[in-house]
Design a protein around this ligand. Structure first.
Ligand code: XMP
Length: 515
């Protein structure tokens, strides 16, 4: 296993994902994590991430001495390279100009990290690299050699082969660095000697054993939402403990088209998982009556959800554990190294109150996994691909896609319009090319002619975005012909809708959801 010390770069999670894709387990720790734990964790190699700070500042974050004392290979990336250079006696100079984008690096001294990474034998040893930095190393620490340079940065990579310390100024973790994955693989597999054991099959096996050991023959409760994470937890726990798992599925009336039936068909009928379906539609709608403010709606929905879930679960005897679909990014974010929105967004998901009240322990088998790993093990566990690779769906569901006050009639129209949109995206092979797509219900009436009649009806907005991290997003340039088909279907098939519009706002300034 590998340890990544995070200096706060936006790419740190990407480093971890790449390494896990290579098949090696790794963890991200904040740079100021208790250094005494490094020896205990016993990594086979350490990576220092990039960071937003300048190493030249006196109070800039530094790597703990324990990392160097661990006696294992170290790879410093960007800021990580600079702090390594500085801490070992080199010099870093603040550049006047920031460099951002492609560069061609020339390998001038081969080392275990960059050896033979060129595309074909005999080709000049050049690497296409992605740079994003302000400072650079201007003088090497003792024992190091310059291994690569670019026209603007004379020391773009450095190595001390004896101590097995490596530094690169560019970012091997981003796909723009063409040989980046090969470099990371070199580091973790060849230089650190890690075996590639972290596969979907192995993760499942490992988690099943851990869950069994933890809960024994106790009964476990799981809130199944229809989302990817809780679905994968259900499939995993079913493998691990079978009959001792009970799932509660709350139908809020704000779910995607036929979602409740699909969840029941998949888990209860097909897999034989015990699922209690609670029809709480009326309760949700009446609690939402007269509530128009988005945040107030979110609160009502969150509170109702907990109420219903608590009620149902206290009817089940002998429950000792509550399972949750917490995944690694949630853990990293709430560890405080970042104060992302994701933490707040997710908070109502975690069923509050329950563990204390019922004295339940927590089972979180996805706690160490990234979303792509969760998806891979979902497929391995036999869940259908379409379910596992579904677009994200917000906890409050259609509640935040019906602008203003929520009414059952609106929710029904919206679920159907959304289904038409998604159905056509799949048919046209566009679903996997956008990151998230959905319909929004606008409770405004506009005039139209449907048949020969004057119509005065509601509006549906379509939203489709492309994004990597959901923090920023572009609107998807879906083909006009495609939008035409969707619009016609919605207006023809849904009585009550006479106009369809397409949202062409980016994030920022607009958010992905309308509320
Ligand atoms: P925004 O609208 O903030 O959305 O650009 C970013 C991503 O977060 C999802 N989202 C939510 N997810 N509860 C959730 O679980 C929420 O209240 C919530 N609001 C937004 C949204 O679908 C998008 O993927």
């Amino acid at each position: 296993k590998i340890l990544i010390l995070d200096f706060g770069a936006q790419y740190t999670q990407l480093i971890a994902r790449r390494i896990r894709e290579i098949g090696v387990y790794c963890e991200i720790w904040a740079w100021d994590h208790d250094p005494a734990e490094i020896a205990q964790y016993a990594p086979k190699g350490i990576i220092f991430s990039g960071g937003p700070e300048s190493t030249t500042q006196a109070d800039a974050p530094r790597a703990p001495q324990e990392a160097f004392d661990a006696g294992v290979p170290i790879l410093g990336i960007c800021y990580g390279m600079q702090t390594m250079a500085m801490q070992l006696g080199g010099v870093v100079e603040a550049d006047l100009e920031r460099e951002f984008g492609y560069a061609e690096a020339e390998v001038i001294h081969e080392c275990a990290l960059l050896n033979d990474l060129k595309d074909h034998p005999g080709a000049p040893p050049r690497l296409d690299v992605w740079m994003s930095h302000g400072d650079r190393v201007s003088q090497l620490p003792e024992g190091f050699e310059v291994t690569a340079r670019t026209p603007s940065v004379p020391i773009v990579a450095m190595a001390d082969e004896e101590r097995r310390y490596y530094g690169v100024q560019f970012h091997p973790e981003v796909t723009h660095t063409k040989q980046g994955t090969a470099m990371l693989e070199r580091f973790v597999a060849d230089i650190c000697g890690c075996d590639k054991l972290w596969t979907a099959e192995k993760i499942i096996e490992d988690q099943i054993a851990r869950v069994r050991e933890k809960v024994g023959t106790d009964h476990v409760l799981l809130g199944l939402s229809g989302g990817v994470d809780s679905s994968v937890v259900a499939a995993l726990l079913h493998e691990a403990i079978g009959e001792n798992l009970t799932c509660v599925f709350v139908d809020t009336g704000l779910l995607r088209w036929h979602e409740g039936d699909q969840v029941m068909a998949m888990f209860a009928e097909h897999m034989g998982v015990k699922v209690i379906r609670v029809d709480a539609r009326e309760r949700f709608f009446s609690a939402l009556e007269g509530v128009a403010d988005p945040e107030a709606k979110r609160k009502v929905i969150g509170r109702m959800f907990i109420e219903v879930f608590d009620e149902e679960s206290s009817k089940i005897d002998n429950v000792k554990w509550l399972a949750q679909g917490t995944i690694y990014p949630d853990v990293i974010e709430s560890a405080g190294s970042r104060t992302g929105k994701a933490h707040v967004i997710k908070s109502h998901h975690n069923v509050g109150g329950l563990p204390e009240k019922m004295n339940l322990g927590l089972v979180e088998p996805l706690r160490e996994l990234f979303k792509d790993e969760v998806r891979r093990i979902g497929v391995e566990l036999g869940l259908p691909r379409e379910m596992v690779y579904r677009h994200p769906f917000p906890g409050p569901g259609l509640g935040v896609r019906i602008l203003g006050e929520v009414k059952p009639e609106y929710a029904q129209l919206l679920a159907r319009a959304d289904h038409i949109f998604i159905d056509e995206l799949r048919k046209h092979d566009l679903y996997d090319r956008v990151s998230q797509a959905f319909a929004v219900f606008l409770p405004v009436k506009s005039v139209g002619v449907v048949g020969d009649q004057r119509a005065y009806e509601w509006v549906i907005a379509l939203r489709a975005v492309e994004t990597i991290d959901f923090m920023t997003a572009h609107w998807a340039h879906l083909p006009y012909e495609f939008l035409d088909i969707v619009s016609r279907r919605i207006i023809n098939e849904l009585r009550g809708i006479s106009r369809v519009v397409y949202d062409i706002s980016g994030k920022p300034p607009a958010t992905i959801e309308w509320e």
